[in-house]
Every structure is written in structure tokens, then in C-alpha cells.
Design a protein around this ligand. Structure first.
Ligand code: GTP
Ligand code: MG
Ligand code: ZN
Length: 302
């Protein structure tokens, strides 16, 4: 076995959780967990190991913890939630009550900016099929798959399980849409569910730290919910439409270049909305977000 400078045998793994400076790392080769600390050099270099990081390490002997020697290059990283190498965001909305469509748009933009592929999942399909239909109508043109599921009656669960296989996925969405219920149905887990058990009196999620759950060959991030407040801080208004693939497809036909698809004459996006090829609701929300992004951009040095 390869020897590292400290002397112990070197291993590799993925960080499942990190609490109080102690990291739990899953080693697929040895089929066991290691408890590790990050070497001081990481702090000196301003590097923080994140949940989801693939690391090279020296496991400890017996009860002693070992060391993280190196963090392997990341495919994606975000600080809120603090996770690395997430491949996929499963954006969960509920069939009832009506979803927060604007939050859905924001989360889609957040995922694309972080380099994470989005998957839309409508849970609680046992409560009606109006929302699944509207989801498809609004996001189908953006090339998004809409997966219809119910943690209660089991529909869509095998299909969702297939989408999670061999990847690191992060479940996102409003409280009480059924993220934990879906994970329980998918993998026979027993995560706490129900609005009351999930929230404290102060309205915070009970999950305090991001962690990776190992579910067969799927890795799933159970996040404590996250804020999208910083989303706009560095986004120039003309880049917003880059996060709308269905608008990108029209943009070459707009009369003015660049076109922000707002109120410019001869805008091909507006035309496609007008004749029913694109969703008017999604466009209206896009224009609201554009106004927000412009306001942030103007105030960015204040
Ligand atoms: N009818 C129906 N109810 C569901 C379904 N899935 C979850 N629920 C109910 O919805 C409520 C919230 O479910 P949770 O799984 O706790 O929701 P969550 O998204 O994890 O919520 P937070 O952890 O607060 O973010 C619970 O009372 C569940 O029983 C479903 O498919 N159909
Ligand atoms: Mg939950
Ligand atoms: Zn346009």
C-alpha cells in the first residue's frame, strides 16, 4: 500500500459530515468510516474541507483520529449550504397547496450558477394533478424533467430512486413539501417529518448541519435549508437570461442585441410568449426578477 509522509497507510474517501472540526469520511474501498481532522496547513491556506469533498487521508489507529492530507479537485462547491461535488439538485414542490413559483425560479438559477443540474419533483401527487400539469407547461420548454411522485402512495418513487443512483444529490424546497418524507420512502430511512418536528419555535429547521446520507449507491445531502439572499450580489442584469435555456434558444431572433427580453421592441421571447410557445407566468416572474437584479446591480457599491 502507498505510504504517505506521516508514515501510516494512505486512504481515500468522501466527507459525510463535519462537526466541531472532526470529519467523518466514508472510505468506499475499505468499506468503513474514518474520523479525521484537517491538517493545520488547510487553515493557513484558507481552505475549508466541505461535506462532499473527496479527500486523501491517513486513518487513525484504534481510538485516535486520523488526518485529512489533501482535498481532491471539486466539480462544484457552494457555501450555503456548505457542500462540494453535488451533481444534482432535486427541487421538491408539493402538488398542494400551490407551490411558490418564484422560489422555484430562484432555486433553478441558484443551481445553474453553482454548476448543479436541476431535477424538478412534484411530491404529494395524491393531492391533485393541476400542479404537475402546470409545472410541465412552465418548465418543459426549459428542458427540465418534471418527476411526479407521492411519498404517501409511492408513485414515482422507483423513478426518483433511479435518478439518484451513483450521484450526489441535494434536496431543496420549501418547508413541508415532503423532502424528508420522500427520502424515507426512497431509502427506508426514518428522518423526522411533519411541520412541527422539523421546526423550532423560532422557525428554524431542526437540521443544523449539512450532511451526506449514504443510501445504497446514492449520496444525498440533507440540508438545514438555505438562504438565497446573496444570489443576486454578483449577477449583472444582462446575464439573468442565461439561466433560462428556453430564452437563450430565442435570443438570436431578437431585434436588439443584446436583448434582455423585457420590453424591447421586436423581442422574440415576448413573441413566443404571445403566441403560447412559452409560459406567460414564467416570463412575468422573469421580469420581476430582472427588476430585482437591476436594483441590486445599481446598489452594488453602496
Ligand atoms: N398527502 C401527502 N402528504 C405528504 C406527502 N409527503 C409528505 N407529506 C406530509 O407533508 C408533511 C411535511 O413533510 P416533511 O417530509 O416533513 O417535509 P419537509 O420538506 O422535509 O419539511 P422541512 O424539513 O421542514 O423542510 C408531513 O405531514 C407529511 O406527512 C405526500 O406524498 N402526500
Ligand atoms: Mg425535512
Ligand atoms: Zn428579447
Amino acid at each position: 500500500m502507498e505510504q504517505n509522509p506521516v508514515g501510516g497507510p494512505s486512504a481515500q474517501g468522501i466527507i459525510l459530515r463535519g462537526v466541531g472540526g472532526l470529519y467523518t469520511v466514508w472510505d468506499d474501498v475499505l468499506g468503513r468510516e474514518h474520523v479525521l481532522r484537517a491538517k493545520g496547513v488547510f487553515r493557513r491556506e484558507g481552505r475549508t474541507p466541505l461535506v462532499g469533498d473527496r479527500v486523501r487521508c491517513t486513518p487513525g489507529e484504534g481510538e485516535a483520529h486520523g488526518w485529512i492530507d489533501d482535498i481532491l479537485p471539486r466539480t462544484s462547491a457552494c457555501l450555503r449550504p456548505p457542500v462540494a461535488n453535488v451533481d444534482q439538485m432535486v427541487l421538491v414542490v408539493a402538488a398542494a397547496p400551490q407551490p411558490d413559483w418564484l422560489l422555484t425560479d430562484r432555486l433553478l438559477i441558484w443551481a445553474r450558477r453553482a454548476g448543479i443540474a436541476p431535477l424538478l419533483c412534484v411530491n404529494k401527487a395524491d393531492c391533485g394533478d393541476d400542479v404537475p400539469r402546470r409545472m410541465q407547461a412552465q418548465y418543459g420548454a426549459a428542458g427540465l424533467n418534471v418527476l411526479v411522485a407521492s411519498a404517501r402512495d409511492g408513485r414515482g418513487i422507483p423513478a426518483l430512486r433511479q435518478c439518484l443512483a451513483g450521484r450526489i444529490s441535494c434536496f431543496a424546497g420549501q418547508s413541508a413539501v415532503g423532502k424528508s418524507s420522500l427520502l424515507n420512502a426512497l431509502f427506508g430511512l426514518q428522518l423526522p417529518t411533519g411541520a412541527l418536528s422539523q421546526r423550532t419555535a423560532r422557525g428554524r429547521h431542526t437540521t443544523r448541519h449539512a450532511q451526506l446520507l449514504r443510501c445504497g449507491d446514492a449520496l444525498v445531502v440533507d440540508t438545514p435549508g438555505f438562504s438565497l439572499l446573496e444570489l443576486w450580489d454578483t449577477l449583472p442584469p444582462e446575464e439573468l437570461c442565461a439561466y433560462y435555456p428556453e430564452y437563450e434558444a430565442q435570443a438570436a431572433q431578437c431585434r436588439f442585441q443584446p436583448c434582455l427580453h423585457d420590453r424591447e421592441p421586436g423581442c422574440a421571447v415576448r413573441a413566443a410568449v404571445g403566441d403560447g410557445r412559452l409560459s406567460p407566468d414564467r416570463w412575468a416572474r422573469y421580469r420581476d426578477l430582472l427588476r430585482e437584479v437591476r436594483a441590486h446591480w445599481r446598489e452594488r457599491y453602496d
